[in-house]
Design a protein. Sequence first.
Length: 318
Amino acid sequence: MAGETPAPGRFPDAGDASRLYPSPTPSGERARWGPTTTRSASWRALAALVRYAVHGNLVVSLAATSVAATTAVLVGAPLNPLALFVVFAATLFVYSADRVLDADVDATNLPRRAAFARRHGRTLVAASTLLYVAAVALAAARDVRYVEFLTLPLVAVGVYSGLRAKRVFLAKNLLVGAAWEAVPLGVGAHARRLDDPRVWLLAAWVGAVITVAAVVFDVKDVPGDRAAGIDTIPVRYGPAATRRVAAVANAALAVVALVAAGALPGRFLVLLVLHGYVTAYVPFATPDRTALFYGLVVDGEHVVLALVALGLNSVGVL
């Protein structure tokens, strides 16, 4: 409603910027509003850039790439630019296709994202497809091992969106978690480390934490999911119960990570950074949060972990 400020913790969309700062006064009045006008324009530009990065699936693709980077640091594999590029391109392709296919459902849950998909969807799908094909071709040209598994993103799109597996209770969350498990395994395969149990443990951990994040994501989709007949934990038990389930699951995974770290090199304790981050955002995951909260804060959990891991590794702590 006009005149209201965003709720605490919400990330304003570009349209909210005009509510945060006074509108510029007519040119005949004093110029004391000049700095505010500049701040308002800068805020709108920044908000538009962030919104494009979220709705254009750049943030989630960066998150998947961050998982690859964290895996490489923790298992001692080289940070190979080709492997990172393949992960980014494949993730961008999968999520861009899904956003376009789900635009009708998103129209209820996330109207701004749905409008973005309808306006830019074809361009994003075309660009992400070209990037994905280029990544596969480059990997094949470099004789990357198990390159045939780079066709899995096509399977993911078909099962998740084409076959509507998301309508089955918990299937969506488990499918998303399983898909992200492929990232550490892909890093291990590229580095010839699939015989390293740490790679498999990381893959299982990533799948588990992404499943929890996917459950949290469903909180924002309750109205549209209920209308579309999609059965999720928030639809069945409510957002408050979902937050409690996510908090308990996150705490349990933190304990598992702590115990596992006792049998692994000490650098694996850095995984607790993500669990602390999740603990901080789960209480704020309510249906009224915008797509920018979920697409930036929740999707950003692995970006934060990778930045910490890479930073500590660069100074010799990991």
